[in-house]
Ligand binder design. Structure first.
Ligand code: HAM
Length: 431
């Protein structure tokens, strides 16, 4: 009891407990992420959850730093933030060792991140995020590879091409559109881009009204662009945009890789200030979960903020919460399987022998738990069954004398008597 208040049984707001079935799913998601990232030649890295707050002030964007970070002053007077994202950290790490590292550099990580957000479907205060980033290459091939990794992950989870789409846009193109085409000043352009970022979450009338109060008479011209359906159509309205060329090239490369579920979305902004070129976001197409799953883009100036020469970067962040929702929506979640393979029970007076047998089985590579209660054998078997443990062996006088053991296969309700040395083989064969 603290201050006479009953202690809560709930985890801290916006965070999750991972009971074994949840941890199983989480591990499954991580294992697919790792496997695909490593298959493309990416190496895993890690870092502390704490960073100096200045790191995020530099580029992450005002909304995240002012409203969404967990920040505090440590006992030494330093401003510290629990990481809300991984990109500034990897940029810092690359900047620090840029002279020794070999480029193009391919790295991935699965950090837990903290953002003080209003918890809702797909948004929590703590999530895990696969980060896949490539440094030292600024070609369309590099952008296409990053999207290819993302696409391959979706495929590895069993997603069909129709279940998700890849929306793409380009920061240089948006910049050109707002500053050259609409002739907005820097401040207006920044505010307009933040508003466009929220466009899909607002009613049309609400969006138009907010935009009109910002850029008045130029709203119609902007809406004209925001509703184009393809890059070709856009090219007729805004020729000579370097960003549009980059996007065009990216689309061609993706098509050559067999990735066809891409869509040009002029309203796609991506919240962070550091993106400089192509940006993308993967959307679930199911009406039951029609939302952004994850995203990323090119950021060529981030390493340079550390006062060193620029190193171009491109990458994405894929969250475990949205991934799990996607898998659930499309019936792709795996069924939790226990990692325990065998359970050794015992008759009265045979706990020691049961432990000995369990140790032998473990030595032969079978994950084995042993019962050391003095409940009846039937209750021991029931407990094993409740935990979905597939095999049970009971040790008693008869077994020790004869060297023959009854192995119960609980999944198939079968039982077989095998020699002590044959138990492992029997289990492995039926598994
Ligand atoms: P982001 O769009 O902020 O990008 O996050 C990427 C993904 O992480 C989101 O699409 C979502 O799946 C997940 N995510 C973000 N915030 C939350 C939250 N509060 N709760 C649950 N899931 C969340 C970035 O963080 C960039 N740093 C990604 C990147 C890496 N860009 C280049 N390299």
């Amino acid at each position: 009891m603290i201050n006479n208040k009953k202690l809560s049984l709930e985890p801290y707001k916006g965070t999750r407990d991972f009971y074994p079935e949840d941890q199983f799913v989480q591990n499954y998601i991580f294992s697919v992420w790792r496997k695909v990232a490593e298959s493309f030649g990416y190496l895993e890295y890690g870092a502390s959850i704490l960073e100096e707050t200045d790191l995020y002030r530099a580029k992450t964007g005002e909304e995240i730093v002012n409203e969404q970070t967990y920040s505090f002053t440590d006992r030494g007077g330093r401003d510290v933030t629990i990481r809300p994202e991984m990109t500034p950290t990897i940029a810092r790490m690359v900047a620090q060792k840029r002279k020794e590292l070999v480029f193009p550099l391919r790295w991935y990580s699965i950090p837990n991140l903290f953002r003080y957000e209003r918890p809702q479907r797909g948004r929590l205060r703590e999530h895990w995020q696969l980060n896949v980033d490539l440094f030292g290459a600024d070609s369309a091939e590099a952008d296409a590879e990053i999207i290819n990794v993302a696409h391959s992950i979706m495929k590895a989870f069993g997603a069909s091409g129709e279940s998700f789409e890849i929306r793409v846009n380009n920061r240089r193109l948006t910049d050109h559109l707002l500053k050259e085409h609409l002739k907005l000043d820097k401040d207006e352009a920044h505010k307009a881009s933040k508003l466009i970022d929220r466009m899909h979450k607002m009613k049309d009338t609400e969006f138009t009204a907010a935009m009109t109060s910002l850029i008045a008479g130029k709203t119609k011209m902007l809406m004209d662009i925001l509703y184009v359906k393809s890059l070709d159509e856009l090219g007729k309205k805004i020729p000579d945009s370097q960003g549009a060329k980059e996007l065009d090239e990216l689309m061609l490369k993706l098509e050559a890789l067999g990735i066809k579920n891409t869509v040009y979305d002029p309203a796609l902004m991506r919240g962070f200030d550091y993106y400089t070129g192509n940006v993308f976001e993967i959307y679930d197409t199911s009406p039951a979960n029609n939302r952004a799953l994850f995203g990323g883009g090119r950021y060529d100036d981030l390493v340079g903020i550390f006062g060193v020469e620029k190193v171009p970067g491109v990458g994405f962040g894929m969250g475990d919460v949205t991934m799990r929702d996607f898998l659930e929506t499309h019936g792709l979640l795996p069924t939790p399987q226990p990692t325990v393979e065998a359970f050794v029970g015992h008759l009265e007076g045979y706990i020691g022998e049961a432990s000995k047998l369990a140790a032998e089985l473990r030595g032969q590579g079978v994950n084995t738990a042993v019962d050391f209660t003095d409940r009846k054998v039937s209750a021991q078997v029931k407990a094993a069954d409740k935990q979905n443990i597939p095999f049970v062996v009971v040790v008693g006088e008869e077994e020790i004398k004869s060297g023959q053991f009854k192995v119960k296969d609980l999944k198939n309700s079968k039982e077989q008597t095998v020699s002590r040395a044959g138990i492992t083989n029997f289990i492995k064969k039926l598994k």
